[in-house]
Design a protein around this ligand. Sequence first.
Ligand SMILES: Nc1nc2c(c(=O)[nH]1)N[C@H]1C(S)=C(S)[C@@H](COP(=O)(O)O)O[C@H]1N2
Ligand SMILES: [Mo]
Length: 314
Amino acid sequence: MLIRNPRGWELPEREATPEALVLGRRTVLKAAAGIAAAGSLAWPEAAGAADLPAVMRNPRYRPERDITAEREATTYNNYYEFGSQKTISQAAQRLPLRPWTLRVDGMVDQPRDFALEDLLRQVQLEERLYRLRCVEAWSMVVPWTGFMLSDLLKLVGPQGSAKYVRFETAAIQGVMPGLRQSWYPWPYIEGCTIEEAANELSFMVVGAYGKPLPPQNGGPIRFHQPWKYGFKAGKSLVRMTLTDQRPKTFWEQIQPAEYGFWANVNPEVPHPRWSQASERVLGSRERVPTRLFNGYGEFVANLYTGLQRERLWT
Ligand SMILES: Nc1nc2c(c(=O)[nH]1)N[C@H]1C(S)=C(S)[C@@H](COP(=O)(O)O)O[C@H]1N2
Ligand SMILES: [Mo]
């Protein structure tokens, strides 16, 4: 059952880095001036650094760790379409972020092609501090700007037959050198159940650190479910399809024994080649214990009570 965190409305000083304080203050000031107009804020045509509307940080989601330095989070990336090294941030700048269309189709009453600007006028943007735990045992905390996946689903009307959401991410020949590695099953596909999609934590991300989401982090729009390993968080989404078939995901096709469909974070279930008991904190020498569901059990454990026979953890 879901137990609400009674301390969820307070960000203790001890976990706020100087950067967090500055960002928080700036966000609040901008929001105070702009919140009245938030529903009608126009999304600019080009994605420059000043183009994200000011949004309120939702204090319900407390990372209980320092925010990762922006430079770390934006220069140490997994984005195989641009190469299998962590140093793809420069190469990723070639991804054109506008115009951008996200198709939402399949078992919905109203399949739609959303121009990103139009979509963002129809959803409630907010900032959330979320932990991200990569299956490779490193982690970070990022202030994401985005909106709830459930907001998007309301716009298309899921049909009762839909059981899964399939996420398809961009695959642009000539822009993404990784696509030449033809042994990978492009495009990058991910998926979750409808119940997981409806969970309040399931977040569509369009910004980070108060700016439009940069391409190396999955701009202009990516997904994030913070209780799952990072590979579930498809970047640069072009299509979401509601379906009654469990999607065959990218990593599952490559190595099903190591990267399954569910991929919920669990320190007690090792990866076949390494322990998941602890994680390296990006930008520091610290290692911290990994937590079940990446610390989000109070929000999501109830999703899995009837599924003990599934391979929920890897
Ligand atoms: N399209 C696409 N999405 C992707 C990946 C990828 O290679 N391609 N890598 C995943 C992995 S393994 C992780 S840990 C996160 C990393 O996100 P970050 O670079 O913002 O930290 O993105 C995920 N989304
Ligand atoms: Mo990852």
